[in-house]
Design a protein around this ligand. Structure first.
Ligand code: SAM
Length: 329
């Protein structure tokens, strides 16, 4: 078991996109009420006084859409400036990124993952559930802005969905040829979206690698912060290709992370809902910091046993009550 030192923090469960695999229809009915969101002060108390003393040094801001969180630049600055923070990153859909990319960088954010499931406007709009003006161009501008500002590594996350965007795998992989962009193909997961998943919604990473290998060849590679991704490179390319294969492979034994939701639930494993603990209620009820640290330590002690190693074992009812957008991906 790896040391668990990486916390993914969901800043808000709302999103300006409605990707079907992440936020299925109807999920918006359950948005967290404002008073139940962890405030910046509460979040910083948890990071500084609970997570860091227990050994956490790496943080990722996610959501929902993290750029919808008011004063997100200020929050980035405060987390980045903690002496113990060794790594701070963000996962965003990029739609609101262009105008604040430089501010985020100046505040101390150095690396960023941007979701980009398609290079085709129509496919993109279909995936993100967009019915109005196309949003693809603004996302693309956000990616360019992040690149120009100097985020490194700059990763592009692609969830591959059979029959929807799997015909674009080579085009997306080609983005790594001339630019130092790191494209990561993610197997689609059945979290809070069982209906979509009914008919095997994922493509095994090895199938994608075969396509890419046949076109250009593929060698093993590395990139900073690769976590569970297997990283490869097209020979001579500037960027890399990552494959996150949580459906076709089990990488629980390499897992180094836990997840904090915007309303303060700490989840030991993406796919384990039953092992969560409610840090916000504990904090607001005045429980001592020592006790909170003990709760966290206890959760880390049992994490390897409650990691989701068999599909469909991580919930009490067989269905996940939280969607990926509520957990933070
Ligand atoms: N709004 C941001 C974004 O779009 O990147 C951050 C939140 S999103 C939940 C974080 C990541 O989770 C994204 O890269 C998204 O593609 C991924 N994700 C969401 N639902 C997924 C699913 N069902 N299977 C695999 N990945 C998923």
């Amino acid at each position: 078991m790896n040391q668990v030192d990486y916390l993914r923090i969901s800043l808000v469960d709302r999103c300006n996109f409605r990707c079907h695999y992440c936020m299925p229809e109807g999920a918006e009915l359950d948005y967290i009420l404002k008073q139940n969101l962890l405030t910046n002060e509460e979040l910083l108390i948890l990071i500084k006084e609970v997570f860091i003393p227990v050994g956490f040094t790496r943080f990722r801001l996610t959501g929902g859409e993290p750029l919808l969180r008011p004063h997100v630049v200020e929050l980035v600055k405060r987390i980045a400036s903690l002496p113990e923070t060794q790594d701070l990153s963000m996962t965003t859909n990029g739609f609101l990124l262009a105008p604040i990319a430089q501010d985020l960088y100046n505040a101390g954010l150095r690396r960023i993952n941007i979701s980009l499931d398609s290079l085709e406007e129509d496919t993109f709009n279909q995936i993100i559930g967009n019915r109005g003006r196309s949003k693809w161009r603004q996302v693309w501008d956000g990616i360019q802005a992040a690149y120009n500002v100097g985020f490194d590594p700059l990763k592009l996350n692609v969830v591959v969905i059979p029959g929807v965007n799997d015909h674009e795998v080579l085009d997306l992989a080609a983005l790594t040829l001339d630019k130092q962009w790191h494209v990561r193909f993610i197997e689609f997961m059945p979290v809070g979206n069982g209906d979509l998943f009914g008919n095997k919604g994922w493509v095994a990473s090895e199938e994608l690698r075969q396509q890419i290998r046949a076109r250009w060849g593929l060698t093993e590679s590395q990139v900073r912060g690769n976590g569970p991704a297997d990283v490869f490179q097209i020979p001579g390319a500037k960027g890399t290709l990552g494959f996150i294969s949580q459906m076709s492979e089990c990488f629980c034994d390499k897992c180094n992370r836990v997840r904090l939701s915007a309303d303060g639930w700490l989840r030991p494993c993406l796919l384990n809902e039953t092992g969560q603990i409610d840090l916000k209620t504990a904090l607001r009820s005045g429980i001592s910091i020592t006790k909170l640290r003990e709760q966290l330590q206890e959760l880390l002690t049992v994490k390897s046993e409650i990691n989701f190693k068999q599909r469909y074992s991580g919930t009490a009812t067989g269905n996940y009550s939280r969607t990926m957008s509520q957990i933070g991906g």
